[in-house]
Design a protein around this ligand. Structure first.
Ligand SMILES: [Zn+2]
Ligand SMILES: [Zn+2]
Length: 506
């Protein structure tokens, strides 16, 4: 779990806020092409609805199907599900044509965002006239959310069973259509979409608008972007947990990161989040994952990293579900991991974790190959035992992207070292281990369990310096009885006061 110390850590709060504003409403498709203006306008709309006079609606939107049915209205902005990502259109847009995917078209009419489901087609804009010619469309008011949910389940099952290429294509279309209808229905019911899906490259755009401290990271990000494979997906979950004060500001709860590493035949899912929705079903809606087998790896057994595990199991959680190869955890403290009922902290936050099974225990140095038939180190995940936050914590190194998934060991925010099973000495050792591991991996990027998927490894210097100061009894601690915290520019270490005293004595 992760919470930010707000006052001490405005920078990270800003980063988290920006990242989340950025994903707001993107659900289901890459959001790379939405211009910043409509996206921000939409996010603000979510937070405090503002009335925009209808005379501001200077765009004429026409949606037409081959049957001749149509919608014609005036609006101020439109977001199109273009074939290459979400595409924002404001008044005075330059003339343009774009192919559309099956998805949700959103328009802002009289200050209100409204969705229409479109089944692929073309859009063209000229002189504030946006013409959308689609194969078919559906107004969101006509969609029955419950019916759509079962439609989604049926389509997902069909996709799992599909054997021939043709069946898969057809099933995939059905899933896409059901996903779009579900998204539109949820949009109208004002329910927050359970999870968002982003490509790493989308984060480049989000971070590009930030200043100061974030800049250094931007540089590291472009280095990653230059690599041949940047395939990994990150899902930032919007959940109901976390600190109330944080939620008031960020509106996000724990916002754990769920990473999807794509192989040719399988997808490795690193952590499964807080079960705001059924992750397994959500993943089935992503076209990149069609026909792939799932392998789940938990970085540690805190509730915000394992609550979606059940979806990869058969009902009841005693065995694996269809299409799932394994559920893995670190082998270092098996007894601690196996008692997740207690150690997940579910009771503390009022979470109810559905039962699941663990089928593989990962030893130090073990490798998960993305293609088991022709295994290569480049396309594998190497396991590092990195205790500190919890005794079972692992990190995973992916050479193809020079990326280390760190779980809650490291992220630029409040790192919790005062929880049951946390250990300051082990944290220090793991930190050194990551530094040594990174020594011959120039440009290594840390994909953290919360807050950022792209932290430059050099940022850890701050933590090494802080630990050194703590040993010498320097540093600026903040005392809160049993807990003592230390803050640097990007990190806060929340420690047990007793551990800090012990460290000083050593
Ligand atoms: Zn966490
Ligand atoms: Zn944790």
């Amino acid at each position: 779990m992760a919470r930010l110390t707000l006052l001490a850590f405005c920078g990270a709060a800003l980063l988290a806020r920006q990242a989340l504003n950025f994903v707001g409403g993107a659900g289901g498709t890459g959001a790379g092409r939405v211009s910043r203006v409509p996206r921000r306008a939409e996010a603000e709309e979510e937070e405090e609805p503002e009335y925009v006079a209808a005379e501001g609606d200077r765009l004429k939107l026409k949606v037409l199907s081959p049957e001749g049915d149509g919608i014609s209205l005036a609006c101020s902005e439109v977001i199109l599900p273009s074939a290459s990502g979400q595409l924002g259109v404001l008044a005075n847009h330059a003339p343009m044509m774009s192919a559309l995917d099956t998805g949700v078209l959103r328009y802002k009419e009289d200050g209100q965002w409204k969705p229409i489901v479109v089944m692929g087609g073309f859009a063209s804009i000229d002189s504030n006239q946006l013409s959308v010619l689609v194969n078919d469309f559906e107004k969101a008011d006509d969609i029955d959310a419950e019916k759509t949910q079962s439609e989604m389940e049926a389509a997902t099952a069909l996709l799992e069973k599909a054997a021939s290429k043709k069946d898969k294509l057809e099933a995939n279309q059905k899933v896409k259509r059901a996903a779009a209808r579900l998204q539109a229905a949820m949009f109208l019911s004002k329910k927050k979409c359970c999870a968002y899906f982003l490509r790493h490259s989308d984060f480049l755009g989000a971070l590009g608008s930030l200043k100061g401290a974030i800049r250094a990271r931007e540089v590291a990000l472009s280095a990653v972007g230059a690599l041949a494979f940047v395939e990994t997906l990150v899902i930032v979950e919007q959940d109901r947990f976390g600190n109330l004060a944080i939620e008031l500001v960020l509106g996000t709860g724990e916002a754990p990161h769920i990473y999807v590493v794509l192989g040719s035949k399988k997808a490795v899912i690193i952590d499964t989040g807080c079960n705001s929705g059924n992750l397994r079903q959500f993943l089935a809606t992503l076209p990149q994952l069609a026909g792939k087998e799932f392998q789940v790896v938990n970085t540690h057994i805190h509730y915000d990293h394992i609550m979606g595990n059940y979806g990869f199991c058969a009902p009841g959680g005693k065995s694996l579900g269809s299409g799932c190869r394994s559920i893995c955890q670190g082998s270092r403290r098996k007894a601690f991991s196996e008692n997740w009922q207690e150690h997940s902290l579910q009771a503390m936050v009022g979470a109810e974790i559905l039962d699941f099974c663990v089928t593989d225990w990962l030893d130090e140095g073990a490798r998960i190959y993305l293609d088991e038939e022709s295994p290569s180190e480049l396309e594998s995940l190497e396991v590092l035992h990195t205790p500190g936050h919890t005794p079972d914590s692992i990190s995973l190194y992916y050479p193809a992207e020079n990326r280390l998934f760190t779980g809650d060991l490291i992220y630029p925010g409040s790192i919790f070292l005062h929880l049951p099973g946390s250990d300051l000495e082990e944290f220090e050792a793991s930190l050194s281990k990551v530094r040594d591991f990174a020594a011959d991996k120039t440009g290594l990027v840390l994909s953290c369990g919360h807050i950022t998927p792209s932290l430059q490894v050099a940022a850890l210097q701050e933590l090494h310096g802080l630990i050194e100061e703590m040993h010498q009894g320097r540093g600026q601690p903040r005392w809160d009885g049993a807990t003592t915290s230390f803050t640097t520019k990007n990190f806060t270490l929340m420690c047990r006061t007793a551990d800090v005293k012990k460290m000083k004595g050593a």
